[in-house]
Structure formats: structure tokens, C-alpha cells
Design a protein around this ligand. Structure first.
Ligand code: CA
Length: 255
């Protein structure tokens, strides 16, 4: 729905809430409208301006309460979510959205750089995260990767060729048949599937594996990727996991 330029985001959020109260259908924000939930005015202004330059309009909100109202009334292409907010933790909102199966892509921005925090974000249903301070180019690159993903990569079931992964039961199927894989292999597979056809950094894979606890050797990532590749190919999955040297890994359909 078009809004006058400069219309304060909070009013847009409230207006959206009123419209949803009257049971009007979802308001289309246009394909590329983003929601920024960030309480640092300096940072959110910078984000909004930078995103505008890159061709994305955004609404800026500072609290979980306002974000809830806005998301209930409007459809955003993606949400950029800070975790430390004045009225609570951004992860709470993330969990609420995923619990009610809202597939909106969410990129978490956080000052928390501990491995537990990063993995916690991914487990709660974040699609990606960036640790502050970050380079703006990286934010745009990550965001574009999220926006490029096909819709089915965001829902409950992730599929590629004859491979399907149910994100709730955490079961893997090949040609519709259930497969037994280890928790770590499944965690890595999920990470790759959520970013199908995009390179997933080695760091992210490492976090995902280490997040499950236990001591791992420094070559553990290679070992898990190797094992996962072997398992998938032996069972006839028509997918390939490629190593992008020095960068990370990418899953795609077998050609
Ligand atoms: Ca904050």
C-alpha cells in the first residue's frame, strides 16, 4: 500500500494494526520492502539510508512491541532484527514468528559474538546473522542471498531434487524414503539447504557443528562434509555439495 514519503514508520505500523483489526487482507508491501528492528537510532538511520541506496525501502522500528504490530499487518520481504531491544530479546520475536510458521526471511544483527549466541539465533529460526560491527557490503550481499532464495526454502519443508528435509521432525527423505543421518550431518545439511545455490561460509558450518557440543578436531568440518556427501550419494540423492576453496560450501542439484 503506498504511503506518503517520510510517513513515520511507527504510524505505518499502527495503521497496519488497525487494518488487521478490521480483518482486511494482508497488506502487500511490495516485493522489496524491509523491516529494520533496531533501537540504535544512529545505526538504523545508517541502515535505512544504505538500503535505500541499494534499492530497498524499509520501515524502521525500535521495539519488539512495534515490530509485532507491523509484522501482523504487513508483509515484508525480509526482517533485519537486532537482539538487544528495549522491551526484550529479538530472539523472542523470532521464535514467535517461526512457531506460527511465518516464513519471512530474518537476518539477525547482533553485538553478541559468542558461538552459543550465534547458534542460538540459527536454532531459533534465523536465516542468517551478522555480528556488529559489520561491513555494509556484507549486509547487502547476505540480504540479497536471502531474497534470492526460492519460497520453498523458507518453509517447514526444504527440498532439492529428490531430497527433502522436514525442519520440524528433522527427518531427511530421499525419493520419499526416510533416511538415518547423525544429528551433526542433519544440522549441516539443513544449513546448506536453507542457502541452496549460495556459498555457506566455513565459519557458519563450523558454528553449526560446534554448537552441538563436544570436542572436535580442526579438520572436523571437512570430515563432516565428506561424510555427508558420501551418505547422500550412496543413498541416491541427486544433489552435490561443492567445496569453494577458502570460502565454504554450496549445495545444488546434480546436473
Ligand atoms: Ca540494540
Amino acid at each position: 500500500m503506498p504511503q506518503p514519503a517520510g510517513f513515520p514508520a511507527v504510524f505505518r505500523g499502527l495503521a497496519a494494526a488497525f487494518r488487521s483489526l478490521f480483518a482486511v487482507a494482508d497488506i502487500e508491501c511490495g516485493p522489496m520492502r524491509l523491516l529494520i528492528v533496531e533501537d540504535s537510532e544512529e545505526l538504523s538511520e545508517l541502515l535505512a539510508k544504505g538500503l535505500q541506496k541499494a534499492g530497498y525501502d524499509s520501515d524502521v522500528l525500535q521495539t519488539l512491541a512495534d515490530a509485532r504490530i507491523a509484522i501482523a499487518g504487513a508483509r515484508y520481504a525480509a526482517v533485519i532484527l537486532d537482539l538487544g531491544l528495549p522491551d526484550g530479546d529479538g530472539l523472542t520475536l523470532l521464535r514467535e514468528l517461526r512457531q506460527r510458521k511465518d516464513p519471512v526471511p530474518i537476518l539477525v544483527l547482533t553485538a553478541r559474538s559468542g558461538i552459543g549466541d550465534r547458534v542460538g539465533g540459527l536454532r531459533a529460526g534465523a536465516d542468517d546473522y551478522l555480528v556488529k560491527p559489520f561491513a555494509f557490503d556484507e549486509l547487502i550481499a547476505r540480504l540479497e542471498a536471502l531474497l534470492r532464495r526460492p519460497g520453498q526454502m523458507l518453509g517447514r519443508s526444504l527440498g532439492l531434487a529428490n531430497l527433502t528435509f522436514d525442519t520440524e521432525s528433522r527427518e531427511v527423505f530421499i525419493d520419499g524414503k526416510p533416511q538415518t543421518l547423525s544429528a551433526r550431518e542433519i544440522a549441516v545439511l539443513e544449513l546448506l539447504l536453507r542457502r541452496v545455490n549460495s556459498v555457506v561460509s566455513k565459519k557458519l558450518v563450523e558454528d553449526q557443528i560446534f554448537g552441538l557440543g563436544g570436542d572436535l578436531a580442526s579438520n572436523a568440518i571437512e570430515v563432516y562434509i565428506h561424510r555427508l556427501r558420501k551418505q547422500l550419494s550412496e543413498r541416491g540423492a541427486k544433489v552435490v555439495i561443492r567445496t569453494v576453496r577458502g570460502v565454504g560450501y554450496l549445495i545444488s542439484e546434480e546436473k
